[in-house]
Design a protein around this ligand. Structure first.
Ligand code: SF4
Length: 409
């Protein structure tokens, strides 16, 4: 029995780094306890990066692959792109109508962010950025989420979502929206290998998708105690970045490592070797899982669809083998007319298997359409099915919100 409903998301920033892993591990755990919706928050990224969308598609794809590698299961959870479920924008509009501007202006991060971007010469004092907390509330309330995993710094945002839900319910005399509660998590701040904030743009990150060689390079580049020039000098772990990593990822031996460092009976190479090994143990299973999703075979796509069908409507999918093949060929014809050479080749190769599986009742007509829409690509298929699953709930909420507001035509 699920403990509740969770919506959580990340802006599409492309390949994630190990600093994101604690959040993802938390998501992966929650999947077994909650009904989860994990969203690529592309509309949120437009609030500040409205002038820089060239990589949005590829960044989305890479980030989703990292999620999957880190253990997000697209059968247990709906994984989708925010802008593909239009109801996010619709609810945002409805809620915007009754939220006082003063609520938004007093949001603690608003002025900070405007100032920070201002220093970089960018003006983000837009209508959209001011309304960012309303969009966030729309995301959460659309799925009637009652629980939101947050860090302590995000509590004011969640409080605003609660106020927005209260205001809507009060104004329209409804109890449609629950006031979501916080599920507080502690996420260690992992520094970059040079001690600054970890960031791809600083070139000091360890990407989740790093190869062993790249991890080794980054670990070797980690800054140790700058005062320890020779092996026989005593060290100070407090100022050592390698040690910070030991604290976060390898803390069973911490005391003895500190002692040995302070007495110069251990060299920095030993620490770096250990940190490298811990990173490898952590990243290797992620690489393997990612490879499974990157490798789109028809069998793994079919298996995914079957699992989803069994989860959602087990009885509806018992087909009897007498289905109309012409329905599938009609879909193939449309696909054929609209696709390029590469897609046609895939269809030529897989078409008969799809028809056979459809006739045998192993996949539904809707599955055939999804496979074609996804162009037989696993990540595309996950996003299409995620959109369907999220969209069903979202459209029901919008229907009820419209009814509450008397928007009935
Ligand atoms: S021995 Fe280890 S803890 Fe001490 S300075 Fe070197 S890397 Fe850091």
């Amino acid at each position: 029995m699920s403990k509740g409903i969770i919506l959580s998301g990340m802006r599409p920033t492309g390949r994630l780094h190990i600093g994101h892993l604690s959040v993802l591990e938390n998501w992966a755990k929650m999947q077994d306890e909650y009904k989860c919706y994990f969203m690529v928050a592309d509309l949120h990224s437009l609030t500040t990066k409205f002038d820089d969308t060239v990589n949005l598609h590829e960044d989305t794809r890479q980030m989703v692959l990292d999620w999957l590698g880190a253990g997000i299961d697209p059968v247990k959870s709906a994984v989708f792109v925010q802008s593909s479920v239009k109801e996010h924008a619709e609810l945002h509009l409805y809620l915007s109508m009754n939220i006082p501007i003063s609520w938004l202006e007093r949001c603690p991060t608003y002025k900070d962010q405007v100032a920070q971007f201002g220093k970089q010469g960018k003006d983000i004092t837009t209508y959209g950025f001011l309304g960012y907390p309303v969009l966030m509330a729309s995301d959460i309330l659309l799925y009637l989420s009652d629980t939101v995993p947050v860090g302590e710094d995000q509590l004011p945002h969640l409080e605003m979502t609660r106020e927005i839900a209260r205001r809507f319910n009060f104004l329209y005399k409804t109890d449609l929206f629950p006031e979501p509660k916080a599920l507080l998590g502690r996420f260690p701040l992992v520094p970059g290998v040079d001690g600054r904030k970890m960031s791809k743009s600083y070139g000091n990150d360890i990407a989740i998708s790093s190869t062993s060689e790249e991890v080794k390079k980054r670990t070797n580049a980690m800054i140790t105690d700058p005062g320890r020039v020779r092996r026989e000098d005593v060290g100070n772990p407090e100022v050592c970045i390698v040690h910070k990593y030991q604290e976060i990822y390898n803390n069973q031996m911490l005391e003895s490592v500190q002692k040995a460092c302070r007495s110069a009976s251990r060299g920095c190479v030993d620490c770096k070797k250990e940190v490298y090994q811990v990173m490898e143990d952590m990243l290797e299973p992620i690489r393997k899982r990612k490879a499974e999703y990157q490798n789109s075979t028809y069998n793994n796509l079919k298996e995914y669809l079957q699992k989803l069908n069994n989860l959602e409507e087990p009885s509806k999918n018992r087909q009897d083998g007498s289905l109309d093949e012409s329905l599938v060929t009609e879909k193939f014809d449309i696909f054929w007319r609209n696709s390029g050479r590469k897609d046609k080749e895939v269809l030529k190769k897989l078409g008969q298997s799809v028809i056979d599986d459809y006739k045998a009742g192993l996949i539904t007509l809707n599955d055939v359409q999804s496979l074609l829409d996804a162009k037989f690509d696993y990540v595309n298929l996950i996003m299409i099915k995620g959109k369907e699953r999220a969209g069903k709930v979202a459209s029901e909420t919008i229907k009820n919100a419209r009814a509450a507001m008397n928007l009935r035509f």
